[in-house]
Design a protein around this ligand. Structure first.
Ligand code: GLU
Length: 494
């Protein structure tokens, strides 16, 4: 049997990273088992429809490299569908649901319900007052064929409900949670077709999963409570029930479900901040699944080889931004320099330090800049603040930096540095290293006494990345300007 899994988002706005993780686990399970991964759009709730949400979701998945084999994709700006079990957009499948609800009614497993909203509210109120479980009281369960026909002919508003047997144990197997048994005593006769003629999620999901030959339903644990209804629907149709895997929630530090109020939760937020897709995917893969050893850095290919549903845990993983930063920093450092430069350029432009028109001409210089700065980045949007020292010529000095250049030997050292930079034919890392070596010999100073004043004079800061590389990036003219600026403004004349 070929493994077939699906991710079935409702296009209601931004893409929560929990959704990306659900998609990822489905994708990984398919890859690991040489199966197929399907993406189905669940848009039957017309009230929740948000313009552009489908495109947004598909592009987030593409960005993350979680690509599906069947379903809706964007091709040349159009939404197209690939695969032989389509359409993969539920609003295009209304005829299918119609056909299957009729089968269910015919089998006596579903029934028309004409109760008004007011009546349902009353019933619930009374149940509440009596301390009973609130559910539909079954008034329309036993309507005769004639009564139904009459009401339908009169055009009475109605829904179609599932006819659940009383006191019946519904059992199913969940890879993450083991065997689950739920009795129908507390369950409602679920609405399957709404009064607008659209199917509910519960009905559409079962019909589609069956028709699309889904073997494993891997989804968030918030759906666990609905699963008994789904399982009963399969049984009512006489269909084979898929294997379930309900994934634990991603949690905040306070162990509550990760929500927007606590910070970034949308894939788009992380994209914008300059998290790399490979880092986000690597990090969220480990939020709920654990490998056999303690490996923490996984390429997509390694995840595909190592992932298993059996190692998904029941308890939720806590989202830890510091850990994500650590993983992202790793990928920023490891990426080929051209690639990371290209990704960093929009952030440099945004920070206002580089104009779009200069990029081509300054490309090599930008590359040097990125190569030295990237070792200190958690994400690419931090680059603006980290490169500031290359652009602000008139800096202020911290107390520590002031102390560094207050030492007696510094004026002579900077004078010598200036002369040597002035006389140099080229300012490459090796030229700079020789200049510093010469000063060391001529003045007899070394270590911090030698390096720190030079660093403060050219950057205004007493700590930072590799000094010769910084000096190379600054170039001759800038360095001379800055040394003069420091000498004139911060060194006491005697
Ligand atoms: N459309 C549901 C959602 O928005 C899918 C739930 C499921 O995977 O069955 O998450």
């Amino acid at each position: 049997m070929t493994v077939r899994v699906r991710f079935a988002p409702s296009p209601t706005g931004f893409v929560h990273i929990g959704s990306l993780r659900t998609a990822l686990y489905n994708y990984l399970h398919a890859r690991k088992n040489s199966g197929k991964y399907i993406l189905r759009i669940e848009d039957t709730d017309q009230n929740r429809y948000v313009e552009g949400a489908i495109e947004n979701m598909l592009s987030a998945m593409q960005w993350a490299g979680v690509n599906h084999d069947e379903g809706a994709i964007i091709r040349n700006d159009d939404l197209v569908q690939i695969g032989e079990y389509g359409p993969y957009v539920q609003s295009e499948r209304l005829e299918v649901y119609k056909k299957y609800i009729e089968i269910l009614i015919e089998k006596g497993q579903a029934y028309y319900c004409f109760c008004s909203k007011e009546r349902l509210d009353e019933v619930r109120d009374e149940q509440k007052k009596a301390g009973l479980n609130q559910k539909y009281d079954g008034k329309c369960r036993e309507l005769s064929k004639e009564e139904i026909k009459k009401k339908l002919d009169n055009g009475e508003t109605h829904v179609i409900r599932l006819k659940l047997p009383e006191n019946y144990d519904i059992k199913f197997e969940d890879v993450v949670r083991g065997n689950v048994v739920v009795n129908t005593v507390d369950m409602d006769d679920q609405v399957l077709i709404k009064s607008d003629g659209f199917p509910t999620y519960h009905f559409a999901v079962v019909v589609d999963d069956h028709l699309m030959r889904i073997t494993h339903v891997i989804r968030g644990e918030e759906w666990l409570i609905s699963t008994p209804k789904h399982v009963y629907l399969y049984q009512a149709f006489g269909w084979e029930v898929p294997l379930y895997a309900h994934l634990p929630n991603i949690l905040n530090a306070d162990k509550k479900k990760l929500s927007k109020r606590q910070g970034d939760v949308a894939v788009e937020d992380f994209m914008k901040k300059g998290y790399l897709p490979e880092a986000l995917v690597n990090y969220i893969a480990l939020l709920g699944w654990s490998p056999e050893d303690n490996q923490e850095i996984f390429s997509m290919k390694e995840l595909e080889e190592n992932f298993s549903l059996e190692r998904v845990s029941k308890s939720g993983g806590v989202f830890d931004i510091n850990k994500l930063n650590w993983v992202n920093a790793h990928y920023i450092k490891e990426k080929p320099i051209e690639e990371i430069t290209d990704l960093a350029i929009p952030y440099l432009i945004e920070s206002g330090y580089i104009a779009e028109g200069q990029v081509q001409e300054k490309y090599d210089w930008i590359k040097d800049l990125v190569s030295i700065i990237r070792i200190n980045l958690n994400n690419l949007s931090e680059i603006g603040e980290k490169v500031a020292m290359f652009f602000n010529d008139e800096f202020k000095l911290s107390e520590e930096a002031t102390d560094v250049i207050a030492e007696e030997h510094v004026p002579e050292l900077l004078e010598l540095l200036k002369t040597k930079i002035n006389n140099a034919d080229s300012i490459d890392v090796s030229d700079i290293k020789s200049i510093i070596k010469e000063i060391q010999k001529e003045l007899g100073v070394k270590g911090p006494k030698l390096f720190k004043p030079i660093r403060v004079a050219v950057t205004g800061e007493s700590h930072g990345p590799d000094l010769p590389q910084i000096m190379k990036i600054l170039g001759k003219k800038n360095m001379l300007l800055r040394i003069d600026y420091v000498v004139n403004n911060f060194i006491k004349k005697v």
